[in-house]
Design a protein around this ligand. Structure first.
Ligand SMILES: NC(=O)c1ccc[n+]([C@@H]2O[C@H](COP(=O)([O-])OP(=O)(O)OC[C@H]3O[C@@H](n4cnc5c(N)ncnc54)[C@H](OP(=O)(O)O)[C@@H]3O)[C@@H](O)[C@H]2O)c1
Length: 327
């Protein structure tokens, strides 16, 4: 697979990473551990060198899983993890106090079975801790050799600039896909100006853009999508038009909807590295196949025109979580 450099940081990764959250957390019961290890190792065998996790996924179980799965080839992969919640629990409050960041780093190193975190993101901006202090703490961790690069997730432009002035930010990880294009307004131009790479999460629209979810899909009771307005039965029905359209565009290009959704992201900027997540080997292969789907400028404008004509129904987060993004 093509290698991409994340902004000006020099961090080199496969053009598509693997989002590992869903193997432990968020979308129903965790995948059986041996199967999950097999999937992660298969991704590496097929050219993926960029693996995304967080203290909060589990909490802790996902980092432990990656630690075990990646150990045989640790030096040939880039591991990204995240800090920022009280006790690592995303249902609790935010916590980016310097002492907490240091504690997360030390504990994550053990769980990941490594001596350095390649990319350490703040999961959400903490309104109670000045960004300069957060960036200063990560800068110290970099000086100590525990962390290689600093990242932010769902941060707003002002926070990105403040952080970058203290410790250059290698990457921003925020939601971006054919059905969430908000980052195009202010975020992408700012990242381009500052030389920061972009890692779109939920690049497949949490599965919706693949065409495998419809109004009749029943999610497990622990599945996060049960509380996402965009995934209410009514909104799934309304948003089906998007997927039908993507299906047509994909068919014309002899690709699948998931592949077109990923290829569209890859075509936006050479410093964009999407991290689709899956628990299934055949879908991993399908998603990796997107890296060989070439979309021309004409394809992109056709897709853009078609999508802009269809309004997306429903917010991407419930109100209490919406407050945590864009700060
Ligand atoms: N920074 C943040 O706040 C944040 C938030 C969310 C996610 N993330 C990161 O981003 C990664 C990816 O995001 P995501 O998992 O939310 O969303 P995603 O990659 O857009 O979608 C994942 C969902 O799509 C399904 N899927 C994947 N490939 C498919 C295919 N080819 N055909 C049909 N279905 C397919 C998966 O189900 P199966 O498992 O059944 O295939 C899963 O339910 C996560 O793993 C996590 O590392 C970060």
């Amino acid at each position: 697979m093509e290698t991409r450099i994340v902004g000006n940081s020099g961090l080199a990764v496969s053009a598509l990473g693997l989002g590992c959250m869903g193997l432990s957390y968020g979308y129903g019961p965790a995948t059986d551990k041996q199967n999950a290890i097999g999937l992660i190792r298969a991704a590496f065998d097929k050219g993926v060198t960029f693996f995304d996790t967080a203290e909060a996924y589990g909490p802790f179980a996902n980092e432990e899983l990656l630690g075990e799965a990646l150990q045989p080839f640790r030096d040939r992969v880039v591991i990204a993890t995240k800090f920022g919640f009280q006790q690592g629990d995303s249902t609790k409050g935010l916590d980016s106090r310097p002492e907490r960041i240091r504690q997360v780093a030390d504990e994550a190193l053990k769980r990941l079975r490594t001596d350095r975190i390649d990319l350490f993101y703040q999961h959400r901006v903490d309104p109670n801790v000045p960004m300069e202090e957060v960036a200063g703490t990560v800068k110290e961790l970099i000086q100590e050799g525990k962390v290689n690069h600093f990242g932010l997730s769902e941060a707003g432009v002002a926070s990105i600039r403040k952080a970058h002035a203290v410790q250059p930010v290698a990457a921003l990880q925020s939601e971006y896909s054919l059905w969430w294009r908000e980052p195009e307004k202010e975020i992408l131009p700012t990242l381009e100006e500052l030389g920061i790479g972009f890692v779109p999460f939920s690049p497949l629209g949490k599965g919706f853009l693949t065409g495998k979810i419809d109004e009749n899909t029943q999610f497990d009771k622990t599945d996060f999508r049960n509380v996402v307005p965009r995934f209410s039965e009514e909104n799934r029905k309304a948003n089906q038009k998007l997927v039908d359209l993507l299906g047509e565009l994909a068919m014309q290009r002899e690709a699948t909807p998931a592949q077109v959704a990923l290829a569209w992201l890859l075509a936006q900027k050479p410093w964009i590295v999407p991290i689709p997540g899956t628990t299934k080997l055949h879908r991993l292969e399908e998603n990796i196949g997107a890296s060989s789907v070439e979309l021309s400028a004409e394809d992109i404008s056709q897709i853009d025109d078609a999508f802009s004509a269809i309004p997306v129904q429903g917010d991407r987060y419930p109100a209490h979580l919406q407050k945590r993004v864009g700060n």
